[in-house]
Design a protein around this ligand. Structure first.
Ligand SMILES: Cc1ncc(COP(=O)(O)O)c(C=O)c1O
Length: 402
């Protein structure tokens, strides 16, 4: 049976992680893996999560099955966090939400729903996009295309080129849009650009599939969902994949949700029935523990307040490290060419150096980032920022001289 299978090359992020672990240099810096880190370099369990987890365990009386939609109270809280309590799609009962195993689960269920509805549709993803979008959407059999998104040499969003591409997509095609904190570029649409995009999507009859994995990491919980809310207000149909891996620090518990929006209450119900059938056919039902913790936090005003404060501390740390690294790079290079790091949002930015420079940073300076020069600013600390900036400036000077 398996004679024809040959060994696949290891996942590039996992490969980078094992190189980092094997590096014995005490000053090594990990800008590779996509997790938040605090000032001690840890990816902490949030205090609100610890407290909610104790309460959940104390109150738990059964481990019986939860069912394909997961926890209804979790799903309802997720809708109001993402869409706002009074969004018109909720008032019109056009939104349906199922709990999924993380944002990845939501993306995969969404892809299968699209395939069930329109197998010939094409999903357009941003160029560049998060590497896992390709297998998650592509393995459902849907055709993929790319829309221009980012001008890497200029470190800028290519909004006009993006719109031009989208204007030409045939009606019924799907546009995958990062809700906030674009991975890997950190370059987000302004609210005015979201409004323009929403108009084009509506006019062209395109279906937005929005991926919200960093709500609260960019400008705050409400502001980070503003673009999604604008689009959902305008278009008749949409999908939203939500992840709580980062903003609740629940990575390994696999907490996410897929929100589907239909053009009527009736259609929303039909979409929901398909989502449940898809969930049944892939993983049957989502894991409960993380969603039980999240639901407990969302239902408790004091815990929610504490969560928002902890989330704000994570967001501020990222913004502070962006400023610090940009300041250090200004000092080291004598110019402002890295100021884009300051204004971009979330955990990631593309440094914009060659693969050879990425390798040199790793081999000579023990600084680890992805091959496309994606760096996670959560790996920057007050004690290593100057060192990282000096290494980057030195590497770039060498590149220019060559
Ligand atoms: C853009 C984007 N979408 C979705 C996810 C899904 O995350 P998870 O499945 O861990 O919840 C991630 C995680 O890194 C991401 O970066």
């Amino acid at each position: 049976m398996f004679q024809q299978l040959t060994r696949l090359s290891p996942d590039s992020i996992l490969g980078l992680m094992s190189k980092f672990r094997a590096d014995t240099c005490t000053n090594k810096v990990d800008l590779g893996v996509g997790v938040f880190r605090d000032l001690a370099g840890n990816t902490p369990v949030l205090d609100c999560v610890r407290r909610a987890e104790s309460a959940v365990l104390a109150a738990q009386t059964t481990k019986s099955y939860v069912g394909a939609p997961g926890r209804e109270e979790f799903n309802s809280h997720v809708e109001s966090l993402v869409l706002g309590a009074n969004h018109s799609v909720r008032r019109d009962r056009r939104a349906r939400t199922v709990q999924t195993p993380g944002g990845c689960g939501a993306l995969r269920v969404g892809a299968e729903l699209l395939r069930a509805a329109a197998p010939a549709t094409t999903v357009h993803v941003s160029d560049p996009t998060w590497g896992n979008h390709i297998p998650l959407l592509g393995s459902s059999g849907l055709a993929l295309a790319r829309y221009p998104y980012y001008d890497a040499p200029a470190h800028m969003l290519r909004f006009d080129a993006m719109l031009e591409h989208i204007e030409q997509a045939p009606p019924g095609d799907v546009i995958l849009i990062h809700g906030c904190c674009h991975n890997p570029t950190g370059a987000d649409l302004s609210l005015a650009q979201w409004e323009t995009l929403a108009q084009v999507l509506e006019k062209r009859g395109l279906i937005p599939f929005m991926d919200l994995a960093y709500q609260g990491f960019g400008a705050g919980l409400e502001a980070d969902a503003a673009g999604i809310r604008v689009v959902a207000e305008r278009v008749p149909e949409a999908l939203i994949a939500v992840s709580f891996s980062k903003n609740l620090g629940l990575y390994r518990e696999r907490v996410g949700a897929l929100i589907s929006i239909g053009d009527s209450e009736e259609r929303a119900g039909a979409m929901s029935s398909h989502m449940l059938q898809i969930a049944r056919s892939i993983y049957s039902m989502p894991p409960d523990h993380g969603a039980a913790i999240a639901a407990h936090i969302f239902a408790d005003a004091a815990l929610t307040r504490d969560w928002i404060a902890e989330l704000e501390a994570m967001r501020t740390r990222l913004a502070d490290m962006r400023n610090l690294l940009a300041d250090e790079l200004r000092m080291q290079t004598g110019d402002k060419s890295f100021d884009f790091i300051r204004t971009q949002r979330g955990m990631f930015s593309l440094l914009g150096v060659s693969g050879a420079a990425v390798e040199r940073l790793r081999e000579q300076h023990h600084i680890y980032m992805l091959g496309d020069s994606r760096m996670n600013v959560a790996g920057i600390m007050p004690h290593n920022a100057a060192l990282v900036a000096a290494a980057i400036a030195g590497t770039i000077a060498l590149e220019c001289a060559a």
